[in-house]
Design a protein. Sequence first.
Length: 336
Amino acid sequence: MRSIVFIGAFMLTATLVLSSPINAEAKKMQFRFGFDTNPKVGGGTAGVLAEKYINESCAGEIEAKFFPNAVMGTDPEMIDKTRMGALQGVIMPIAVLGTTIPYTDSLVLPFVVNSWEKAETFLDSPVSQEFLKGVESYGFKGMGFCTFGLYGLELNKEARTLEEISKLKFRVAPSPILLKTFKALDIEPMVIQFPDLYESLKQGVVDGCDLPPNVAVLVKYTEVIKYFVKTGHTFGLYMFMVNKGWYDKIPDDVRVKFDAAIDRACREHWEGEKKAEQRALEIFEEKGIQTIDLPPEEMQKFVDATKSVVEWRLGEYDAKGKAIAEKVFEVVNYQR
């Protein structure tokens, strides 16, 4: 009799535990995703919005937590963690992603995507979906694209031609494509860590750097530059990616809401970054920073000088990667 009572009590307790709020909470899928820098920079704003919208639309089913400021590691570390499932997602700079998934950096080759209009033409094309799908064979699910804007040259010395610019000292991020781009322009690049760049510009260690204007405003480079040259030599892009194995486990009805939340976050972020760039150019003017528009014939010199970089990178893609890159070139009307 005691055994029967004990078994009954045990089953009742187990039922209560399994149906308790604590256990229901444990059933939520955890979505932890990382970003390598300030949440106010570029893709960070998309991450903040994605966390909010996923938690609102997938409440009780998926719990999202965004980790900016490299809390989850450097970009290469977060790529590995996402692929292995230690992280469920990451917002990754495409220039860095290209070291793992080569074809992806076709989007950031010099002068391929050199305007907001071209970037948006790509986003609205079927090629962008093929581009996202291409990462699946590497263990990821491409969810969308984020941006930090159109690059230009921030200078503390006046220069209005390629010949004049090539005589200046430039800080360049440690990206193989950017380094080769500047060398192709006959500019000897200097690799300086980003936290040291402000003082380097202020003290004249370098004469310039390349950043989108809204980033330059955010980090207060308006205090140490005098000119901004609108080259548009590359477009700052991120891919919002998740672990494919984790994604495939999301129930179909929940997946629809999850996809919509990330799509909404990316689109709102994109419009916000576009407005931020327009506002940054206004702030340049207010701060007395002169914006320089290069004439078409001068811009063509930049484009022609960097075609060798495009050919070099294409030569490192496999057949599938080259095919996708060629489609990108066609969509954005880049003439090789």
